[in-house]
Design a protein around this ligand. Sequence first.
Ligand code: NDP
Length: 253
Amino acid sequence: MSSRKIALVTGGSRGLGKNMAIAIAKKNIDVVITYHTNKSAAEEVVTEIEKNGVTATALPFDAENINALDQFKNEFLNTLQKKFNTDKFDFLINNAGIGINAPIAETTEEQFDTLMNIHFKGVYFLTQKLLPSLSNGGGIVNISSGLARFSGPGYSAYAAMKGAIETFTRYLAKELGERKIKANTVAPGAIETDFGGGAVRDIKQYNDYVSSATALGRAGLPDDIGGVVAFLCTQDAGWINAQRIEVSGGMNI
Ligand code: NDP
């Protein structure tokens, strides 16, 4: 059995998940990341992590495909066994996600279901299925959004699912406390990634708006987020539980 800690980061091929995976690895924690479409990008993240002497690997995962969650679970457990010689892992980081911007009047049922599956149903049931394999004393970090606190027109469905994740996280903390498993939400503000077509990063007018709405005067960067999630995977954060930690530079306060 491995005595090293292991984290699973969904959506670790790009953006915030990539940054989280690298930051977690810097805490000397082994990492399994998932990718959806970008296998080669995920492999580059694995290579970057392994340069620092930490073991990492990447698995395909589609959060939208609820029927395939059992298959993913089996692949993940096989990987734990083969690569890490264990049947347990320590930290589950539910990060994978997409943005769909549509006003309430124009949101289709298909868009709603896609967001529901990726951001809420997939997270709920992936977590449920992995609970028996999560070590007692481990942790769960669910990624929400500043949009669950303040309102950004066009994000009603997305933000509602993120609100659901925040509620789910408190229930996880309550029910898993007896196993000494902590559960927290990290809620980033607007960050410069590919998310939502890269709007925060690539559309100057939007970036300027985010900067003006943020007390610290700029849009967020992936480096603002990964270290916070990594900190939650350390003993120093051992008494932080059932919290929503917004990491937004003070957006819309
Ligand atoms: P990116 O678009 O940069 O990265 C998205 C990641 O999720 C990629 O690794 C992608 O995999 C993966 N992914 C996309 N669709 C699926 C799917 N159906 N199943 C499994 N994995 C999938 O986004 P961010 O890094 O910015 O976002 C990460 C999280 O942070 C999301 O939950 C998002 O809601 C949240 N967030 C982002 C904010 C922002 O401003 N960027 C603000 C607040 C919250 P692949 O590359 O292989 O396709």
